[in-house]
Design a protein around this ligand. Sequence first.
Ligand SMILES: [Mn+2]
Length: 381
Amino acid sequence: MTEPVPALRWPRGLDAARFLERYWQKEPLLVRGAFPGWRDGLPRSRLAALAGREDVESRLVAKTRHRDGDRYRVAHGPLERRALARLDRPDATLLVQGVNLHVPSVQPLLDAFAFIPLERRDDLMVSDASPGGGVGPHVDSYDVFLLQARGRRLWRIARDFDDTLEEDAPLKLLADFEAEDEFLLEPGDFLYLPPGIAHDGIALDACATWSIGFRAPSARELMQGWLSFVEDRFDRDERYSDPGLRPQRSTAWLSDDFIDRARRLLGPAAWDRHLFERFLGEYLTEPKAQVRFSAPARPGRTEAFAARLAASRVVLAPATAMLYRRDCVFINGEACPLPAAAMRDAARLADRRQIEPGARPPAALVDALFDWYCSGYLVLR
Ligand SMILES: [Mn+2]
């Protein structure tokens, strides 16, 4: 965690603010030599080890060439060494999702993109390909920085394209992709793509690409999450009742009285601003399905923890997601209201993912830190 953050070197005339103004969600951008001196610290052996794990999402995509076009086969992880041997031959790609959740050393590189708010960040996916490897032409609904880590990859993109999908393919591939632009990326270069740009990346050598992805939830996803959140906390046992009922001229007429009573039954659970804020905080920090936190075997007592705290660095576990608002911290899907005195340090922890030794956080925060420590959300170093 103490590695210096590699500074993102923007091309002449560009900086984070201008990038957001001109390109973010609008236009693709190629940046050459974005991270001078940066070296990919993830050899294929490390990725292969991750792909073998139950708690890591991975896929192996193998391409075969046919007269009428390429075909793809996808194997889902955990992947055994035998399956991964396919990477020794051309036209194969290993995709490992959520690498930042398992490898803390990639964090400084992600921090170079901290000018984009954390709630938009999804994860780091690494794609390690043999020559010719690729997953075919497709469109994503994410913003993504495609950072070339090792070897060379040719990206072909199109803004206007035929969105017909290939039939019976294991991936959502564009049937008739024609590139408008192409970019040859070398180590340290990145290509930013906004959502909705068709793209196809082909490995020219054995190569690795880091995809730093930013999520953009659809209205449907947000609504599903919101409704299940409201349902979970709606434990009123009332039932519709109408003791004042009077004869109704038309029996099939749905009465205003019924509608009003039904709405009263639901109460203010729906569409309450404060509740919705809280929901969003929990929703946005919900860990991915595979994530498991390792709690300390013998966490000890609060007093002992507080004593250790004074001389230790508090570091969030790599898989921990943490956001905050005025009076509340959201950590791994849990809302944790805190007194004002604790919020400043909590906010710093959320921003920097660590608290320096000797910071003396207030008592209310020490209690929360201890809870999180017991859950494996953070460690003391
Ligand atoms: Mn893509």
